[in-house]
Design a protein around this ligand. Structure first.
Ligand code: PAF
Length: 287
């Protein structure tokens, strides 16, 4: 079946309400388009678990802290719709900016604490923009389950907290990070990397793996784990590290001494292209 393109909030709501009246379970995958295998992994998972799959495709101006980043963000709606079709997406909700923000919003969503560190520290307002648009998208589509990728781990934690605090009647499901064969996490920004940058970029994941190995071998001092991982990145002259941190998987608070499961997260830039990645790690005895 062809993917139905819907541009209006009222129409997508109607479509979903009609499906729910028939007892169907509705899954939603929010995206900013430029769809790749990490998105299609979420579509496939939604397809397995739900009867009606809605993808949202909306490049949200509110979450860009730099105008050049918003301008250069890859957009190709026609190929995105073909990808949707190939992966059994029933509805693509593709609102215009004026549909989502008919006027500058007087209400924005601030998730305290979770949004302050990691990417929040260097991208002021980014997570306010994410939380605000996710609330609006989930309110527009009203799915039973919404899918978010683990690559954006801080975003996932914030969306979970948003759903909890706002009593949203939606289950938030997480989908594992999809990687290139050399380990680089898939991202719409990868296409912006030059050849040498692309060749260097898997170092981010290798550094995280090195850190995970140290944690698994019993290193409890987070500072030492970070130092081991940074050695990998120090060998990459094109890469500028923003952060490499070990945090609590739920609160995202920095962990100094590792005694249980942690999340190791990193962000680095190649020129103006910023990449992020993270992995789970736990001392072997705590698994
Ligand atoms: O992860 C993304 O693509 C975006 O941040 C999201 C969740 C679709 C909100 O714009």
């Amino acid at each position: 079946m062809a993917t139905e393109r819907i541009e209006r909030i009222a129409r997508v709501r109607e479509r979903v309400a009609a499906a729910k009246r028939r007892g169907l379970r509705v899954g939603c995958v929010p995206t900013m388009g430029a769809l790749h295998a990490a998105h299609t992994a979420m579509f496939d998972r939604a397809r397995e678990e739900c009867d009606l799959v809605v993808a949202t495709i909306f490049v949200n101006p509110l979450q860009f802290d730099r105008p050049d980043d918003l301008r250069s963000y890859p957009r190709d709606i026609e190929s995105d719709l073909i990808v949707c079709e190939h992966h059994g997406v029933d509805v693509a909700f593709v609102p215009a900016v004026a549909e989502m923000y008919p006027r500058p919003p007087a209400m924005t969503v601030e998730i305290e604490g979770l949004a302050d560190g990691l990417c929040g520290a260097s991208r002021p307002g980014h997570f306010r923009g994410v939380a605000t648009v996710v609330l609006k998208l989930l309110n527009s589509v009203q799915p039973d389950i919404a899918y978010f990728g683990e690559k954006d781990y801080q975003q996932l934690a914030i969306v979970r907290r948003l759903a909890e605090d706002a009593c949203l009647p939606v289950q938030i499901a997480s989908v594992e990070t999809v990687r290139e064969p050399d380990g680089l996490a898939l991202s719409s920004r990868n296409v912006l990397l030059g050849r040498a940058e692309r060749a260097s970029a898997p170092a981010i994941f290798h550094a995280l793996q090195r850190a995970r190995d140290a944690v698994e071998s019993g290193q409890q001092d987070a500072g030492k784990v970070v130092a081991v991982a940074r050695q990998v990145l120090d060998e990459e002259p094109l890469l500028k590290l923003d952060y490499l941190e070990i945090v609590d998987p739920d609160t995202l608070e920095p962990v100094r001494s590792i005694h249980g499961p942690v999340r190791i997260a990193a962000a680095a830039s190649y020129g103006s292209t910023r990449l992020i990645d993270n992995i789970h790690a736990a001392p072997l005895k705590a698994r």
